[in-house]
Design a protein around this ligand. Structure first.
Ligand code: SF4
Ligand code: SF4
Length: 67
C-alpha cells in the first residue's frame, strides 16, 4: 500500500543548499527569504521521498502514511 505522507521540515537544520528544491518533481519546495526551506505547494506533493533522500542534513522528511 502506498499513501500520502505528511511532509515535515526542520528549518533550524536546513543550510539552504537548495538540493531538495532542485530534485522535487512537483515544485513543492522553495527557499524562504532567510535561505531556509519552505513548503510552498504542499498539495502538489506526491510523497516521492526525493527531498528526504537528497537532503544532507535531515531537514526534510516524510512521516505517517500507509507503510
Ligand atoms: S516528497 Fe517528492 S514531491 Fe513531495 S516535496 Fe519531497 S521531492 Fe517534492
Ligand atoms: S536539501 Fe536539506 S539542507 Fe538543503 S535546502 Fe533542502 S532542506 Fe535545506
Amino acid at each position: 500500500m502506498s499513501g500520502k505522507k505528511n511532509l515535515e521540515i526542520k528549518k533550524e537544520w536546513c543550510k539552504g543548499c537548495g538540493i531538495c528544491v532542485a530534485f522535487c518533481p512537483k515544485q513543492v519546495l522553495a527557499l524562504d527569504s532567510n535561505e531556509k526551506i519552505d513548503i510552498v505547494n504542499r498539495d502538489a506533493c506526491i510523497s516521492c521521498g526525493q527531498c528526504e533522500l537528497r537532503c544532507p542534513d535531515f531537514a526534510i522528511f516524510l512521516t505517517g502514511g500507509n507503510e
